[in-house]
Design a protein around this ligand. Structure first.
Ligand SMILES: O=C(O)C1=C[C@@H](OP(=O)(O)O)[C@@H](O)[C@H](O)C1
Ligand SMILES: C=C(OP(=O)(O)O)C(=O)O
Length: 431
């Protein structure tokens, strides 16, 4: 349990946001599947990405770490070998779902487990279509929950219409698809993040896209000898973007934040709610653009967040909910049922924790309704083992009256290991 206090003099200064989690995972996975050396700069050393490194090391790949620079020595798909140990994905849904897709094409047996939270997260959304492609997968409740065992190989293509806009589902099927016979297509209800498509292309794979449909032909090889620069994670930046907007007397700059349009829903919401933001050092560099973002204390208004923007900000909803408590009027978040199958049921955990602090917030079936502006009061918060809920609580403590305590704060290491160091730097900024 840690104690947190509010900040009288505002947040000021510049911080460099750690590497993007989605892109870091993929750099190891695709580097491992490719033939040759892949070097990665600004890799996220968060626990989730370390779980990915651990799994691919068990699959026979050499991965060297030198601070946040890593090198992956891939030997192609045939260089991945049957693990003698269980693959443990820890808390990482992305590792679980993408690795199941990769293993489905490989001619050996593996067993996958994760932590208590992973054991509750649905895997049938990937194991279902992968079984249709020919993978032999078993797991609790018809392959829906870990532990999951996979015997891969001999895949055939599939035309899959996904009921959810999920990059994890799309990626798992595409990663199996490139190992199968024929052309595999995934159609989504809305476009989800496209890091897999961008990075596969950088590895020389042909990927066809048409609005919400992505296709790959089987039998394609990934070619390495690539240097990947991982931009800062906009999902991590979101916590300090909102902090900058809601903490009085603040002005902060976040360096090299990834600006992939499939991830920038948070920026659209900040603008719509009235935040004062500016962009500098914009790099359109392929495959992922980034820029520095400066934000300052702003007068905010409530808004509606729904429809096709939801997949573009799904992980930012906890911090958007906190921001809405500091906006004038009502904010409605809907079409966000996916929140129920994250590290926690984030509709319940967000509403619970913000209500404890005095927010006017109601859960709905597919989101939440927040009425602002509320004065928040320090209290005992819990992350429930969910990094994003922990960070939401810690940012809320900055504006709360009195002291806040946070149980299970260590969950934050999953995606933002230096989160509290950045908080201290920004608090000291002006003194
Ligand atoms: O593909 C990815 O890297 C991710 C996709 C999203 O999950 P879904 O695919 O379940 O929406 C997101 O919530 C997660 O943090 C990372
Ligand atoms: C949902 C998340 O990640 P994952 O699905 O990889 O556990 C997240 O980081 O908010």
């Amino acid at each position: 349990m840690i104690k947190l206090s509010n900040v009288a003099s505002g947040l000021n200064g510049t911080i460099k946001i750690p590497g993007d989690k989605s892109i870091s995972h993929r750099s190891v996975m695709f580097g491992a599947m490719a033939k040759g050396k892949t070097t990665v700069e600004n890799f996220l050393l968060g626990e989730d990405c370390l779980s990915t490194i651990d799994c691919f090391t068990k699959l026979g790949v050499t991965i060297e770490k030198n601070g946040s620079n890593i090198t992956v020595y891939g030997n192609g798909l045939e260089g991945l070998t049957e693990p003698t140990d269980i693959l443990d994905v820890g808390n990482s849904g992305t590792t679980a779902r993408l690795i199941i897709g990769i293993l489905s094409g490989l001619p050996f047996h593996s067993v996958l487990i994760g932590d208590e939270s992973i054991a509750k997260r649905p895997m049938k959304r990937v194991t279902g279509p992968l079984k249709e492609m020919g993978a032999r997968i078993q797991g609790n409740q018809d392959g829906n929950f870990t532990p999951i065992s996979i015997q891969g190989g001999h895949l055939r293509a599939i035309d899959f219409v996904s009921p959810v806009a999920s990059a994890q589902v799309k990626s798992a099927i595409l990663l199996a698809g490139i190992q199968g016979i024929g052309t595999t297509t995934v159609k989504e209800p809305y476009k989800s993040r496209d890091h897999t498509e961008r990075m596969l292309r950088a590895f020389g794979v042909r990927v066809e896209e048409d609005e919400f449909t992505v296709s790959v032909q089987g039998g394609q090889e990934l070619k390495a000898n690539l240097h990947i620069i991982v931009p800062g994670d906009i999902s991590s930046a979101a916590f300090y973007l909102v902090a900058g907007a809601i903490v009085p007397n603040s002005k902060i700059t976040l360096e090299r934040v990834g600006l992939n349009p499939t991830r920038t829903g948070i920026l659209d919401v900040l603008k719509k709610m009235g935040a004062t933001m500016s962009f500098s050092n914009v790099e359109e560099e392929a495959p992922e653009p980034f820029a520095d973002i400066t934000i300052e204390t702003s007068t905010l208004n409530g808004t509606e967040v729904s429809g096709d923007i939801i997949p573009r900000l799904i992980d930012e909803i906890p911090i958007i909910a906190l921001m809405a408590t500091q906006a004038e009027g009502t904010t409605v978040i809907k079409d966000a049922e996916e929140l129920k199958v994250k590290e926690t049921n984030r509709i319940d955990t967000v509403v619970n924790e913000l209500r404890k602090m005095g927010a006017d917030i109601e859960a709905t079936d597919d989101g939440m309704v927040i009425k602002g502006k509320s004065m928040l009061t320090g209290t005992n918060l819990n992350s429930y083992g969910d990094h994003r809920i922990g960070m939401m609580g810690a940012i809320a403590s900055l504006i709360a009256n009195g002291e806040t305590s946070l149980e299970n704060a260590e969950a934050i290491n999953v995606s933002y290991p230096n989160f509290f160091e950045h908080m201290e730097e920004l608090k000291k900024g002006k003194e």
